[in-house]
Design a protein around this ligand. Structure first.
Ligand code: NAD
Length: 228
């Protein structure tokens, strides 16, 4: 499949190189020119075990490339993943969604045929609705579908987590899109990953609930450790 990932950070780089390794044609896009120049000269801006080898292998096979040109990347792809940061506000803890919405505004300029727009960034419930609204202000609703597909990888274990996830959550009610994403993830499902399909808001709350549950477990065991 032809895929592009907008945002070549932790999630975009790991997911992009793993999707390429599964045989897809992948373009990673970032607005940070220095980052893209580094990647194009085989220098990896983050440390993640196994990532450098995976990037070099898939770049040399022609399945993985890096660019700052979002227009060409989107036009050439059937599936577009949004993987930009959603930093937490230090004052009220809310997620800053400006990068996600900036990408939505860029995308609506370049949608030339049907695209599946997949949000992998961690976002509050209804962000997908807002992304859909932004794009549909300029593009016919029939030309795109906005899906939520949250990412659960952990830094330091990211490649293993991508290859052997315990679940893949896809939020959309469009059956054709579910089937397309099922085929994309088929090699991981064959190895035992659960493919869970729900609606878009359902997928968004699953990610928040998972993060909150993890934080609860860590706080609980820290309290027990303090008592000990
Ligand atoms: N890092 C993790 O372990 C992890 C795990 C699961 C989910 N997530 C979530 O995934 C999302 C991405 O996280 P990350 O750690 O990969 O972020 P990151 O900060 O490492 O990378 C984000 C990248 O997006 C780029 N970017 C921003 N706006 C852009 C635009 N308009 N066009 C092109 N590129 C743009 C930035 O330059 C940056 O390189 C966040 O929502 C995060 O919460 C992260």
């Amino acid at each position: 499949m032809k895929i592009c990932l907008i945002g070549a950070g932790y999630v975009g780089l790991v997911s992009g190189s793993c999707f390429a390794d599964l045989g897809n044609t992948v373009i990673c896009v970032d607005k940070d020119k220095d980052k893209i120049n580094l990647l194009n000269s085989n220098k990896i801006p983050i440390f993640e075990p196994g990532l450098e080898e995976l990037i070099i292998k898939n770049k040399s096979s022609g399945r993985l490339s890096f660019t700052t040109e979002i227009d060409l990347a989107v036009k050439k792809s059937d599936i577009v993943f949004i993987c930009v940061g959603t930093p937490t506000s230090k004052t009220d803890g809310s997620a800053n969604l400006k990068y996600v919405y900036e990408v939505a505004k860029e995308l609506r300029k370049y949608i030339n045929k049907f695209k599946i727009i997949v949000n992998k960034s961690t976002v509050p419930v209804t962000t997908g609705d807002r992304v859909e609204k932004i794009i549909s202000e300029k593009k016919n609703r029939k030309l795109f579908e906005v899906v939520s597909n949250p990412e659960f990888l952990r830094e330091g274990e990211a490649i293993r987590d991508f290859r052997f996830p315990d679940r893949i959550v896809v939020g959309t009610e469009n059956n054709k899109v579910i089937n397309k994403l099922k085929s994309l993830y088929e090699p991981l499902v064959k190895k035992g990953a659960k493919f869970l399909s729900t609606n878009r808001r359902g997928a968004e709350i699953i990610k928040y609930a998972s993060n909150a549950f993890l934080a609860t477990k860590i706080s609980f065991i820290n309290e027990i450790a303090n008592k000990c």
